[in-house]
Structures are given as structure tokens and as C-alpha cells.
Ligand binder design. Structure first.
Ligand SMILES: *Cc1c(COP(=O)(O)O)cnc(C)c1O
Length: 390
């Protein structure tokens, strides 16, 4: 059907080639969008058949193949209507009586979803400092010793504290006690980190962010090499109903074609910004895994290629300074979400659900692909405004 999985090709090349219609005379270069809720079918359908669009549509398939080619998964990705759709399905893999061990600085809705499961007494939830390998391993072992089936949720780097987990060590410790490892790879993107290769059993993505890349689509995905887990996730998608619309799937694939260029540029911008802000008189703290003084810099260098395009800063002037800075920006967009071509930022603690261990004045910056000197000039004038509150 379509060309995919060309392991000899560089991942950057696969972002361009994967999920194309088969090359033949007069074939379109891009997959078509098919708008149909149902398909002609008779008899008893096989699982791969097109029957009804909640169960599967041909418009998902090219994106699912392309995502699998990037994560080098043995099976196609499963596209969901949002990152949280994929995350909810992945959390449903936790058995009754199981235990989710999750970073205390996970994406806040993932934490809320895990806590909801716990409130209904289905599972236990233990929050950990995911950068502290000994602490996480101890939690996994205590869970197994207590007769709970541990499921380790890994986000690395975390949102927004940018803690980096030792994925291979944590996966090994979890597998040693028969547990499952699920990794949210949204921040790093498949070009920056390949969790399946580092030991994760399932990878989830908010495709909304870097993969789609233009802040115009909400979409998610889950990937695994394991046929049993794949089938369970697919069933959760069909039954849960958090399915992607055909246009969204098409737009995400179209956005993904430029992923390598966008990531390359935004990472370069992020590194330059981190350097600039590090010694800035109006900045109290800056965090970026690419800075040598980031606590897990060496770990990030070992397991990632590139350090991502998210950094955090605490301006002089505290919360009022941070809010004044946000309002004073002309180029940076004050908005939630991340991973778009446009640079954006927000003070995460404006959300009541954000962890109280995230500093009140911390700004999360999602660095885009603009010219970096324009980004620096705009931030500098806004930092000057913020400093009046110091
Ligand atoms: C945004 C985000 C999500 C949620 O994805 P949606 O597409 O908004 O549902 C999950 N994890 C991380 C790390 C995110 O940044």
C-alpha cells in the first residue's frame, strides 16, 4: 500500500518519505482525505478491514505508518483524537490493583488522569522525582513487593521542570519485576529520542505539538512493538471513541514533513537563547538540558540527540515581573501549548492544577523557528519591563 520503514534511511529523510502512496504512474504524491463514516462491507470483517470510521479509516494509515517509521516501532502507530486520548488509553493498560509510578512534574493532565483512576480505587498512584533513579527504582520494587503490578510512567524531559530520566536504567529495573514502561515522548520528538529503543514498552505523543508543528491541530498517538498491547490500545480507542478526524490526521502528516527542519532550527534557537539568558542581569534562573549546569545534562547528552526546544526562565521581579514580561512581549506569543513554528511562552502556575513545586514565577518558553536575534531583542525589552517589579 504505502512505502514505509526504510531503516537504511536517515530519520530526517523518513519524515519526508514515510506514509506516501505507492509509487506508480499517476498516483498522487500525497494521500487523499476520505470523508466517509462507513464502508461497504459484507460478511464478518477481519480486524484490518475498513468497516466503520470510529474503528479505522484509510486517512489515519499514512500518519500511523510515518509515526512508526520515526519511532522505529514494529507496528503502526495508533492515532487518537488528542494526546490525552492516547494517554487515557495507555493508562487503561494499568491492571486493576496495579500501581502507576509517575513523575510529580508530568504534564498536569496526565497526573490528573492517573489520580482519577486512583480515586475510583482502581489503581494506586505514586509520584516520584523521575530524575532520581534510586528513588524511582525503590518505588518500582516496593510496588512489586507489595503485590501491585507496577507501571512506570516516564516523561523526559518533564513538562515544565525539564528533569531528564535515565530511561534505560528505569526500564531495566521495571522489567526485572515484570512491570510495564510507558513513555511520553512529546517534548523530545522521535527525532530527539527513541524510547522504544531505550526500553519503553509503549510510547505516547501529543501530536498537537512538534509533530504537527503549526498549532492548528489537536491529535495524539500511541506506539508499541508488542502485538498484545497494540490490540488492547486499539480496542480502547474504538470503545473510548477518542478518534482523530480525517482532516486532522492529514494536516498532522503534512506538518510532520518539515519536522527535521523545524526541530533543527528551534533547537539551535533554544541553545542560543539559553546561553544569552544564562548571564542575563534580569534573569534569576534559566534551565535547559543543553546547558552544562543542567543537573542531568550528561544523561540527556547520552540518550537524546539534541536537547529540545523548551527552556524555562525565572525573571527578576517574581510573579508580577513574569506577568508584566508576558504582557510586554510583541513577538513571542503568550499562550499555552508548545511545539509550533511560533515562539510562545506562559507562566505555568496560572493553572490551578499545576504542581505547587513548580515555581510561581517560572515561565516555560517554547522556542520557534524565527530569527533568533528578533527573539532575543523582544525578550530583552520585556525582561527590562519585568525588572521594574524586582
Ligand atoms: C500537550 C501535552 C499532552 C496532552 O496532549 P493534547 O494533545 O493536548 O491532548 C501530553 N503530554 C505532554 C508532554 C504535552 O505537552
Amino acid at each position: 500500500m504505502t512505502e514505509n520503514h526504510e531503516p537504511h534511511l536517515h530519520p530526517d529523510t523518513r519524515t519526508v518519505t514515510a506514509g506516501r502512496p505507492a509509487r506508480q504512474e499517476q498516483a498522487p504524491v500525497n494521500p487523499p482525505v476520505v470523508l466517509s463514516s462507513t464502508y461497504v462491507s459484507t460478511g464478518s470483517p477481519d480486524s484490518g478491514d475498513l468497516v466503520y470510521a470510529r474503528l479505522g479509516t484509510e486517512t489515519w494509515l499514512p500518519l500511523e505508518e510515518a509515526l512508526a517509521a520515526l519511532e522505529q516501532a514494529a507496528l503502526p502507530a495508533l492515532v487518537f483524537g488528542s494526546g490525552m486520548g492516547a494517554i487515557s488509553a495507555a493508562l487503561d493498560l494499568v491492571p486493576a490493583g496495579g500501581e502507576v509510578i509517575i513523575p510529580r512534574h508530568s504534564y498536569h493532565a496526565s497526573l490528573v488522569a492517573a489520580r482519577h483512576l486512583a480515586e475510583r480505587s482502581r489503581v494506586r498512584v505514586t509520584e516520584v522525582d523521575i530524575a532520581d533513579t534510586a528513588q524511582v527504582v525503590a518505588a518500582v520494587q516496593a510496588s512489586a513487593d507489595g503485590g501491585h503490578e507496577p507501571v512506570l510512567w516516564v516523561e523526559s524531559p518533564t513538562n515544565p521542570m525539564l528533569e531528564v530520566a535515565d530511561l534505560p536504567a528505569l526500564a531495566e529495573a521495571t522489567h526485572a519485576v515484570g512491570g510495564l514502561v510507558i513513555a511520553d515522548n512529546t517534548f523530545a520528538t522521535p527525532l530527539g529520542q527513541r524510547p522504544l529503543g531505550l526500553g519503553a514498552d509503549v510510547v505516547v505523543h501529543s501530536v498537537t505539538k512538534y509533530l504537527a508543528g503549526h498549532s492548528d491541530v489537536v491529535l495524539g498517538a500511541a506506539l508499541t512493538d508488542d502485538a498484545g498491547l497494540h490490540e488492547r490500545l486499539r480496542t480502547r480507542r474504538s470503545i473510548g471513541g477518542a478518534v482523530a478526524g480525517p482532516w486532522e490526521a492529514w494536516l498532522a502528516l503534512r506538518g510532520m514533513r518539515t519536522l527535521a527542519l523545524r526541530v533543527e532550527r528551534s533547537q539551535r534557537n533554544a541553545a542560543a537563547l539559553a546561553e544569552h539568558l544564562r548571564d542575563h542581569p534580569q534573569v534569576v534562573a534559566v534551565s535547559y538540558p543543553g546547558l552544562p549546569d543542567h543537573p542531568q545534562h550528561a544523561r540527556a547528552a547520552a540518550q537524546m540527540s539534541g536537547f529540545g526546544s523548551i527552556l524555562t526562565l525565572r525573571p527578576a521581579g517574581g510573579v508580577r515581573g513574569a506577568e508584566a514580561l508576558t504582557r510586554a512581549l510583541r513577538l513571542w506569543v503568550p499562550a499555552t501549548s508548545l511545539g509550533g513554528v511560533e515562539s510562545s511562552l506562559e507562566r505555568r502556575r496560572r493553572f490551578a492544577a499545576e504542581a505547587v513545586t513548580v515555581p510561581e514565577d517560572l515561565l516555560r518558553l517554547s522556542v520557534g523557528i524565527e530569527d533568533v536575534s528578533d527573539l532575543i531583542a523582544d525578550l530583552d525589552q520585556a525582561l527590562e519591563v519585568a525588572s521594574h517589579y524586582a
